[in-house]
Write a protein that binds this ligand. Structure first.
Ligand code: PLP
Length: 389
């Protein structure tokens, strides 16, 4: 029996190589599996909010990382029809190509590094490369084959220390690129560090550079710098157009920005779930895997509140606002961190029935914990959330 079982398992393991496919699975999902809901109407609403906030300037929508996880084509198709959208910015060439395959027609900027053959592929698909090295000659050869000028965006590093021609050397590169008949500078761009004080210095460097070159007669195209953070922080950085990503998805770059009342962003993604089970707890009952403190004749261990659990929600306070205090206090330092790392059962409200829809969780913000000790190692706890009414 063992022998035949083993040979069966061996055969099964070799099935893909033999071209045998496993039988179709009868059950793909259970009725209580959570799901992600995407709201194209909220994406459009957010674009309109951004457009209003920036005084009618156009929006170059950053939909990198596969549309922040929602699908690059789906995100673009949801908002391409908005007049406020100037185009899309991605990092990977294959994302840019996916947009063209999906029929997206507005300009697409590829911000990732592109070798010479990539540049040829990009231009063939009418994708605008972001440029920051002396690739003028290579681009002119591509333009000659194409029979018309290649539009590019030139990225200047004004102090962030990422890709971009250093601002002190940028004039030389920009003059070279602008002098080539096969190229059109469609945009000149920079990225902020998102440190309000240093951002001002970065903007000063960028404007000094651009003003000087414009005075020489160079055409630098649309100047753009502002990601979501600058939409809240720095009106001077709106320039000719803005380049936000997360705000389009309804995410505030910093929690206090929500309270500024500058834009009403709506979450374009919601995690939905059905209620699996409802029960009434009494004072002192264990909730969510912690042994009640002091139960079984033992005190809770220092720095924790009982056994760790693996499969539960972080604490979501009933009416919004981040959990500041652990529900049970541990005996030692780090208790709050350990508590936050492990989480608590989700408190969803009163009028819930098993099998009914859970409330949609809004304002879910994923970010590393700022606590020290064990919590610092926590991957990405959900830090703040509010249930929808
Ligand atoms: C160059 C560049 N510009 C703009 C953005 C948009 O940033 P945010 O999602 O913070 O608005 C990104 C995203 O990381 C980026 O890499």
């Amino acid at each position: 029996m063992t022998g035949s079982r083993r040979s069966f398992l061996k055969l099964w393991a070799a099935a893909p190589a033999l071209g045998l496919s496993p039988p179709p699975r009868a059950v793909e999902r259970s009725s209580f599996d959570p799901w992600v809901e995407v709201r194209p109407d909220h994406l459009r609403h957010n674009v309109a909010q951004i457009h209003r906030r920036v005084g009618g300037r156009k929006v170059l929508a950053v939909i990198k990382n596969n549309g922040y996880g929602l699908g690059v084509a789906a995100a673009a198709q949801a908002i391409e029809g908005e007049p406020a959208i100037a185009g899309f910015a991605v990092v990977k060439l294959h994302e840019a190509a996916t947009l063209r395959d999906a029929g997206v027609r507005k300009p697409v900027l590829c911000m990732g590094p592109l070798g010479e053959s990539d540049l040829g592929d990009a231009v063939a698909l009418d994708i605008q490369p972001m440029v920051y090295t002396p690739v003028g000659a290579a681009l002119e050869r591509i333009a000659a084959r194409r029979g018309r000028p290649v539009p590019i965006h030139v990225c200047v590093d004004t102090g962030i220390g990422r890709v971009g021609v250093p601002y002190r050397e940028a004039a030389v590169l920009l003059r070279d690129l602008a002098s080539r008949r096969g190229l059109t500078i469609a945009g000149t761009m920079m990225t902020f560090t998102e440190d309000p004080e240093f951002d001002r210095e970065q903007l000063r460097r960028f404007q000094t550079l651009c003003d000087g070159l414009k005075a020489e007669g160079l055409s630098l195209g649309q100047l753009h710098a502002a990601s979501s953070f600058a939409l809240f922080q720095n009106e001077e950085a709106f320039l000719d157009m803005v380049r936000p990503g997360m705000a389009i998805y309804g995410v505030y770059s910093e929690p206090p920005f929500r309270g500024l009342g500058l834009m009403d962003l709506r979450p374009a993604v919601a995690l939905r779930a059905r209620v699996a089970y409802v029960k009434q707890l009494r004072a002192g009952d264990s909730a969510g895997g912690h042994a009640p403190r002091g139960s079984r004749g033992r005190p809770a261990p220092p720095g924790g509140q009982g056994r760790p659990s693996q499969d539960w929600w972080p604490a979501l306070p009933h009416r919004g606002h981040r959990l500041r205090e652990p529900l049970h206090r541990g005996a030692g330092p780090g208790a709050a961190g350990a508590h936050r790392r492990r989480g608590h059962p989700l408190r969803l409200g009163r009028r819930l029935t098993p099998g009914g829809p859970g409330r949609r969780l809004r304002r879910v913000r994923l970010r590393p914990a700022h606590a020290s000790g064990p919590a610092a190692a926590a991957p990405h706890p959900i830090e703040s959330a509010r249930d929808e009414h």
